[in-house]
Each structure stands twice: as structure tokens, then as C-alpha cells.
Design a protein around this ligand. Structure first.
Ligand code: GTP
Ligand code: MG
Length: 410
């Protein structure tokens, strides 16, 4: 990512200063991922709600003028999405760059999107944000210059002319329609193959890509950055008994994930809705783990992904205190793992295998020797419990997907 080394003061409004400080620490990580730097002292205003006109109270805003001068920061970043009025008024009072959490997340997404579809989805989300904040924002937008908050995917600078934005939005929407149709076809093909799928979901930086890499040598970029992964990657894993399972790594979730982005990635994330199992990866070593967990479940509910079996992997066990025991009441099964060292991976695979068994039905058939090839497909798509060789053929007992059972019934 293009380094800006722009320095910002991070601000929040909340009557829970501990929560606010934790959220601002995360905002500082986001800023670092975007290539900027945060002034170490955060500004937290103790109020139950932000001021509708200026976000911070006007007294606090005036104090900020001095802080900006002392620290030589180029601007401020608010921990919540600002309204057009708040953006304009703060800009007028402070005469500096004014950004919010949403713009920062969008900026990171723009820089990390790799595939054509990802880039289009991000640009669309950015332009929607711009369109809804342009009203009277000419000055505030121009103050941003060319840094964080103005960068589109692929080094393009974002449009700021309203009519151009509207035109671009409708052209992007058309492109997305075509791409979604293509992806649907691929997914249907995959479903027809009856290989079970596991969707890896979780808070950003939990270790989802590291886990996929450990299981399948997928060589997905995994790094200590927020939103390293945007585009879903699917890889096949062969269980020790020969059964194949597809694992899909997805974009991470975050607290206060901008609505435009949830919408933009809805169709990508909905793929998780077609999975047989949701594998929830949680960084158990993070003090905010339980907040992360509830963000994941509420985002899944937003995406209408409910009623699936969930396995939770408490990851980074290598970094956890021995007595740290987390619970996940939403999960059907939970396992402690370290995607980094490999600890607990066998137990995780065991849990997946057990849950798959529950989602499949038991079938007993005798396969004539002339059709012995069928046994190979049962092995591939299901789990063989026993096989006996008799005169009539091979007597097989196996757990298979419903579709396959239907096939044999014929
Ligand atoms: N100590 C330790 N670090 C881990 C473990 N698993 C992952 N990490 C580290 O955590 C960081 C994030 O890992 P990723 O796999 O990129 O996380 P992710 O969930 O894919 O994150 P995003 O794609 O950014 O949402 C990397 O620096 C990993 O090396 C683990 O079990 N133990
Ligand atoms: Mg990742």
C-alpha cells in the first residue's frame, strides 16, 4: 500500500471510556494498515451520544484545534460514521482533514481488493458513501487532497462530481450483475458435485487464512494486518479416510462494519450460506475475543446465515494463558487450536467429520463388482463405515449426502 505516513488524532464519543479506548486501539490498527499513523493519546468525549451537528461537543472541538497544532497531525478520524453535517461542521471548525471509521475501512478494502469483482464491489461501496455525503461537502472533500479516504481500487482517484458518481454507480451495478450470474453457475456446479463445504468465517486477523494454508497449502496471503483477505478462496482438503472437503476462506468481519460494505460483500458472503458447516475462527488470545465473537454472530444474522452447524476454533492457543477458557454457546462444537503450530488441528478435523456425519444419512448398499468404481465416489463424497466383500459384490455402509443416497435409490 502507498505510504502516506499521515498523522491523525483519533476521537470517539462514548460514556464507556474503556470500550471507547479499545475501539480506538482497533481504529489505530486500521489506520496503520492504511499506511497512516495515530497520535498515541486518543481523544474520548464522555457523552452518551455524539452531537448531531459537530460529533464532539463544541468545547471539545475547540480544544482539538490546539492539539492539532501541537502534534502537527494532518487531521482527525472519528470512530463512528459521520453525517454529512458533522463532516462539514468539524471541517469548518478544525480546518483539517476529517475522516471517519467507514472511510478508513473503505480505503483499506480498496487497496486490498485483488479480483475484478472485489474491486468493483469496493468502488461501488466507496461511491455510495460519497454520494450520500456530498451534500455541501465540496470543501471538506477537497481538504482530503489525495491521501487516505480518496483512494479508489487500483490507484484510481475517486470521482467527486455528483453526476459522474451517479453514472459510474449504475455502470458498476451492471458489471456486478454479470459477475454474480457467473459465480452462481460455478457454485451450482460445485453443489452438484456433492463435496461437502466448510465456510471459514471470523473477525479480521483471527487466523482464517493461516488455517486454510495449514490445511491445504493454499498459499493465501496471511499477515498481521486487518482485512488481508477480501476475495474468497476455496481449496479442497482430503481427509485421512479419503473424503474430500472444500474449505472457503472469506473476508473478515469487524465491529461497526460499514453498511455499504456489508451490502457490497453480501453476495460473496452469502456463499457461506450454502456451506454445510460454518467454521468460526476466533483469536482466543485477544482480550476482546468475546466482543469479536458477538460481532461475528450478528453479522452472520445480518446476512441471514443461520441454522447451520457451527464449529468454533479458539485459535492462537500457543499464545493463550493455560487457564484461559472461553465458551461459545452458539457453537455446536468448540476446539482449541493453533493454526500457526498445528496444535489441535486433528481434533478440529475430527469435529468436522463428526458434524458432517450428522448432516448426512446412513446408507447400506451392495455394489456389484462390475460397478466397483462407485465405491470410489462414495469414499470421495461420503464417509465409509464398513465394507465387506461377498459373492454378490461389495457390501458398503456409509454416510453420504442426501443427493447421493437418492442417486443410489435409483
Ligand atoms: N501466535 C499465533 N499467531 C497466529 C495464529 N494463527 C494466525 N496467526 C497470526 O495472526 C495474523 C493474522 O492471520 P491471518 O491468517 O491473516 O488472519 P485472517 O483471519 O485471515 O485475517 P484477515 O484476512 O485480515 O481478515 C498473522 O500474523 C498470523 O501469523 C496462531 O495460531 N498463533
Ligand atoms: Mg485472511
Amino acid at each position: 500500500m502507498e505510504k502516506t505516513s499521515e498523522l491523525y488524532i483519533l476521537v470517539a464519543v462514548s460514556d464507556d471510556s474503556e470500550r471507547a479506548a479499545a475501539s480506538l486501539s482497533e481504529l489505530a490498527e486500521l489506520l496503520e494498515t492504511a499506511g497512516g499513523k495515530a497520535v498515541p493519546e486518543f481523544v474520548i468525549q464522555n457523552l452518551p451520544h455524539p452531537d448531531p451537528a459537530t460529533y464532539l461537543g463544541s468545547g471539545k472541538a475547540k480544544e482539538l484545534i490546539d492539539r492539532l497544532e501541537e502534534t502537527e497531525a494532518v487531521g482527525i478520524i472519528a470512530d463512528d460514521e459521520l453525517s454529512p453535517a458533522q463532516l462539514r461542521n468539524l471541517g469548518d471548525i478544525l480546518e483539517c482533514k476529517v475522516l471517519d471509521r467507514t472511510m478508513l475501512i473503505l480505503d483499506i478494502f480498496a487497496a486490498h481488493a485483488r479480483t475484478g469483482e472485489g474491486k468493483i464491489q469496493v468502488e461501488l461501496a466507496q461511491l455510495k458513501y460519497r454520494a450520500s455525503h456530498l451534500a455541501g461537502l465540496g470543501k471538506a472533500m477537497s481538504r482530503l487532497g489525495g491521501g487516505i479516504g480518496t483512494r479508489g481500487p487500483g490507484e484510481t482517484k475517486l470521482e467527486s462530481d455528483r453526476r459522474a458518481i451517479v453514472r459510474r454507480i449504475s455502470s458498476l451495478k451492471r458489471d456486478i450483475k454479470t459477475m454474480v450470474a457467473v459465480r452462481e453457475t460455478t457454485r451450482k456446479k460445485r453443489e452438484a458435485s456433492a463435496i461437502p463445504t466448510v465456510a471459514i468465517v471470523g473477525y479480521t486477523n483471527a487466523g482464517k487464512s493461516t488455517l486454510l494454508n495449514r490445511l491445504t497449502n493454499a498459499e493465501v496471503l496471511a499477515e498481521d494486518k486487518l482485512f488481508a483477505t477480501l476475495d474468497p478462496t476455496t481449496r479442497v482438503y482430503k481427509m485421512p479416510d479419503g473424503q474430500e472437503i472444500l474449505f472457503t476462506d472469506t473476508v473478515g468481519f469487524i465491529n461497526k462494519l460499514p453498511h455499504n460494505l456489508v451490502d457490497a460483500f453480501r453476495s460473496t458472503l452469502e456463499e457461506a450460506g450454502h456451506a454445510d458447516i460454518i467454521l468460526h475462527v476466533l483469536d482466543a488470545s485477544d482480550p476482546e475475543a468475546s466482543m469479536h465473537s458477538s460481532v461475528v454472530y450478528s453479522t452472520l444474522a445480518d446476512l441471514k446465515i443461520t441454522g447451520k452447524p457451527v464449529i468454533t476454533a479458539f485459535n492462537k492457543a500457543d499464545r493463550c494463558e493455560a487457564d484461559r477458557s472461553l465458551k461459545d454457546l452458539n457453537a455446536d462444537k468448540a476446539v482449541n487450536i493453533s493454526a500457526l503450530t498445528g496444535e489441535g488441528i486433528d481434533a478440529l478435523l475430527g469435529a468436522i467429520s463428526a458434524v458432517l456425519k450428522e448432516t448426512r444419512s446412513c446408507m447400506e448398499v451392495t455394489i456389484p463388482y462390475s460397478d466397483a468404481g462407485l465405491l470410489a465416489s462414495i469414499r470421495k463424497f461420503g464417509q465409509v463405515v464398513s465394507e465387506e466383500y461377498s459373492e454378490e459384490g461389495i457390501r458398503v455402509k456409509a454416510y453420504v449426502p442426501a443427493r447421493m443416497k437418492g442417486m443410489f435409490a435409483e
